[in-house]
Every structure is written in C-alpha cells, then in structure tokens.
Design a binder for this molecule. Sequence first.
Ligand code: NAD
Ligand code: UDP
Length: 318
Amino acid sequence: MGLQQQRESRMKILVTGGAGFLGSHLCDRLLAQGHDVVCLDNLFTGAKSNVAHLIGHPRFEWVRHDVTDPFKFEVDRIYNLACPASPPHYQFNPIKTVKTSVLGAIHCLGLAKRVGARVFQASTSEVYGDPAVHPQPESYWGHVNPIGIRSCYDEGKRVAETLFMDYHRQNGVDIRIVRIFNTYGPRMNPNDGRVVSNFIVEALKGEDITIYGDGSQTRSFCYVDDLVEGFVRFMEHEGFTGPMNLGNPGEFTMLQLAEHVVRLTGSRSRIAFKPLPADDPRQRQPDIGLARRTLGWEPKVGLDEGLTRTIEYFRSII
Ligand code: NAD
Ligand code: UDP
C-alpha cells in the first residue's frame, strides 16, 4: 500500500466501552489495521488491565469518561459498546443501565452528526426477549417484558436502536446496528456473572458448577475473534444500516455447556442447580443469513476450540 493510500485509509476511531471484554479486542484489531484509536470507558465492568498492553502505543489514547455525560472528539468512526452486559452487573443499578444505553446513544449520535462520523451500535439478541420465533431473524420484533428485571437492559437497547434509526432518517447520520448474540473469550471478567466465565472459573477452582433452572434452556455461543471480524466488516460495508445479527448458530443447552467445560478443564466439579432468574429466555439462536449474504461472514471457531482458548486465559489469571 502506498503512503497516500495509507493516509486515506487511516482513520481516527472512538470505541466507547473500549476497556471491556469486546471493546478491548476491538481496540487491538483496529490498531493492528493501522488506525488511531480513542478508548473511552468509565471502568464500571471493564478494566485497565484489558488495555494495559496498549498504553504507550503511539496511536492509542485512553480516556476515563462516562457516556451519560457528553463528549467531543474529532473522529471518523464511533463504535458504541459502553454498557454493562452481564445480568448481575446491568441489574446492579438498573436506572443507570437505562441512562447508559439511552444517553450514551444520544451522545454518540449527536457527536456523529456534528463531525460526520459513521456510528456503530452494539445492540443485542436481548431485543428479541424470550423469543417466540426460533431461530431469530432480524425481521422478528421480539417478545420482551417491559417491566421485568431484565427490562433495563433489553428496553434500553431497544430505545438505542430506535434513536439510531431516527437520527438516520431525520438527520442522515450514517449508522450501523449489530445485534450481538452471546459471545465469549479471553478478557471476560472472572466475576462477570455470565455463564461461560462462571462455569470455567468454577471448574478450574473445583467448585460446583451452578446451573440456573434445569439447564434445558439454550444459548448460541460465538468466539470473540469471529465477532470482531464481523464488526469491522459491517462497519466498512457501504450502504447498509442493519440491524444485522452476528453470532454463532451452534445452539447448546446449559447442561451441554457445563459438560463441555468439565471435559475440557478435566475438572472434578459436580453440577448444582439453582433457581432460574425471572424472564430468563428459554432458547436463543441467531439466523445469520443476512450477515452471510451481505458480508460473506460466518463464524469459524467452534465451541470446543473457543472454550479451550478461553480456559487457557482463565488458567493464567486465576
Ligand atoms: P463488558 O461489560 O466487558 O464491557 C462493557 C464496557 O462498557 C465496560 O468496559 C464498562 O466499564 C463500560 N461501561 C459501562 N457503562 C459505561 C458508561 N456509563 N460509560 C462509559 N463506559 C461504560 O461487556 P462486553 O461483553 O464487552 O459488551 C460490550 C457491548 O456489547 C455492550 O454494549 C453489550 O451490551 C454488547 N453485547 C455483548 C454481548 C456479549 O455476549 N458479550 C452480547 C450482546 C451485546
Ligand atoms: N446461567 C447459569 N449459570 C450461571 C450463569 C448463567 O445456568 O452461572 C444461565 C442463565 O440463567 C441463562 C444462560 O446461562 O439461562 C446464559 O446466561 P448469561 O447471563 O451468560 O447470558 P444471557 O442470559 O444474558 O443470555
């Protein structure tokens, strides 16, 4: 690539929630592509250690800030990932979770409008709630409880999607909306509360693996590298706003997941059952036909391979 071409393709990119699990992998990827990255995070669920290896990098800038307060940066791209993602964390202060989703979206969209940046929203499969349609295509409007304990997250993300579409229609803001299905990998917070990290940490410590309910509920798990590949392809794909599902269609019950983790860790942990939290979706599997057709994207890392890499990470930090 010539110098001129490099200058043209080198962008300044803001990643909100950049010190989180997905955000830190995205920062790595964007820096590796030669871009300048501003990582903004209030460290509620993220950690400086996730980006410690980037501090001092000449194209990396770290900003401690809360997206519920306005911010200004001269950027070409904004990835809006700031929001706690695990149920215990987003339920810890549900009002703050709604503010983070809604005000965070408004501040990102306002900035994108002012500086002419393209802006990407990390939405979620939770917009489908406890789905009555299976697998879930983007055309499905969902089955969401508006007043339950998961609503702060689900409805917050739904309003954010609404704001993205309205800024696009009303102000011509260039948007991308991705609906992320359960994603796992290294740098998940060991105390995060999500199922993959909980099971691995319990297995490595030889503690009981706690399944909520009878373990027959399903999820589809995507390895982080596959997801980040989908993010950057979608962001740079011209002329399509989404929403677009990204995830791995391989669907497993929580009992099956526990068995995989026990086998791959060689743990002697036993399985213990706890009550199922309210509104816990029964089943979830992405229909990724749209991403396949539009981006030529599909996940490459299977569950055993992804879990093995994730287990290695947790072994190194526990
Ligand atoms: P995470 O908790 O590791 O990352 C979220 C980051 O946002 C953290 O670093 C946190 O400190 C930061 N943050 C939270 N509130 C903030 C605020 N008010 N201001 C600034 N920063 C704030 O979770 P993750 O899995 O990396 O999720 C990233 C994004 O992807 C989230 O928006 C989440 O809703 C979405 N998502 C993730 C998944 C998944 O399976 N990992 C699935 C669906 C959607
Ligand atoms: N879950 C579980 N044990 C745990 C954590 C979660 O059985 O230690 C279950 C949870 O009830 C849900 C599934 O695993 O049915 C996925 O939970 P997670 O919080 O990871 O994601 P989400 O429910 O938001 O998809």
